[in-house]
Design a binder for this molecule. Structure first.
Ligand code: 8YV
Length: 325
């Protein structure tokens, strides 16, 4: 009998995906209800050829040095800021992510968060549940217009474009965006998109700013007090990208001071922890990193991560390998 590669599944995942992987690998699966990170992760990785990760596990030179047999790490996430891609390359280890399968679902959520933020939906529900709805008022819970307003997108990759399509085609929004490189001419025409060479231009002009860019150390606290000060006082800021891109403490202060109308955050620095100052602001919608969270999409992500591992060991090639930015 040939020996099968040893695989670590470092976070609890769909049982049917564990079953599929068990047909190909000698699996050590996390069947607890919490993810293995730090020492709990690295100690189990030591004798493995492969690992199934969920974005929560850091893979850098130090971790790789403790896993000499490792050949591939598959992230069940499109983002891979938990990988040091240069260190993976140096160690000859392949990293993979899960692009495309979550694009539309994540964009749906991004737009829902924009709507909830602009139209104060969660705040309104808290108001009602607290028994504070005692009369009609002309100025009760007034929100910001969405249709016809200016949508600003920072990070115009697959998900950014999908959010843009919802705004432009569904809500008649004008689009201004910043990205490392402009869109191709056909997409720019389709979306009547205006390219802003700086993020400052987007911040100044947009009524709703949506962050959809990948996290790298270079964009840490890209949006802080100074950048928020450029926004219109009536504007909203939505982060479905990664925690750490926004300085949440500065944002909480700006929200409380009414420097912008509202914010919607699905991602936070150091999850599942977050800046408690945000809880003091009434004008922020907070969700626990669920933009891709539908059963269909999470299952597709898990299957793509699994198929990357299977393809790598059966054909020698991963399906969706990551490369240096
Ligand atoms: C995941 C995400 O839910 O894909 C990403 O980059 O942020 C989310 O879709 C998360 O990383 C857990 O896998």
């Amino acid at each position: 009998m040939t020996t099968r590669p040893k695989l670590l599944i470092a976070s609890p995942i769909f049982p049917e995906v564990v079953d599929k992987l068990q047909q190909h690998f000698d699996v050590e699966a996390n069947r607890t209800d919490s993810v293995w990170t730090g020492e709990a992760f690295t100690s189990r990785l030591a004798d493995k050829q492969a690992a199934f990760l969920t974005g929560a596990q850091t893979v850098n030179a130090q971790v790789l040095a403790q896993a000499p047999a490792l050949k591939i790490v598959a992230n069940m996430a499109v983002g891979y800021n938990n990988f040091d891609v240069a260190a993976l390359e140096a160690a000859g280890v392949v990293g993979t992510n899960t692009p495309d399968v979550l694009t539309e679902t994540t964009a749906d959520f991004g737009f829902a968060l924009l709507m909830a933020t602009a139209r104060r939906i969660t705040e309104a529900e808290h108001f009602l549940r607290a028994g504070r709805w005692d009369k009609w008022r002309y100025d009760m819970l007034l929100g910001a217009e969405v249709h016809g307003s200016t949508l600003g997108i920072i990070g115009m990759g697959r998900i950014g474009q999908a959010v843009a399509r919802r705004g432009v085609h569904g809500f008649g929004m004008q689009l201004i965006y910043h990205n490392r490189s402009p869109l191709d001419a056909a997409t720019e025409t389709e979306l009547k998109a205006r390219y802003a060479p700086t993020i400052e231009e987007v911040l100044r002009e947009a009524d709703h700013v949506v962050l959809v860019l990948p996290y790298t150390p270079a964009v840490h606290h890209l949006i802080g007090a100074e950048q928020i000060a450029l926004m219109k006082p009536t504007a909203t800021l939505i982060n479905i990208a990664r925690g750490g891109i926004v300085d949440d403490v500065a944002l909480a202060a700006a929200l409380q001071a009414g420097r912008i109308a509202a914010a919607g955050l699905d991602v936070f620095e150091n999850e599942p922890h977050f800046a408690k100052e945000l809880l003091e602001a009434h004008n922020v919608v907070l969700t626990p990193h669920i933009a891709s969270a539908t059963r269909t999409t999470r299952l597709a992500m898990a299957n793509l991560a699994a198929d990357n591992l299977i393809a790598f060991f059966t054909t020698g090639k991963a399906l969706t390998p990551v490369t240096r930015g």
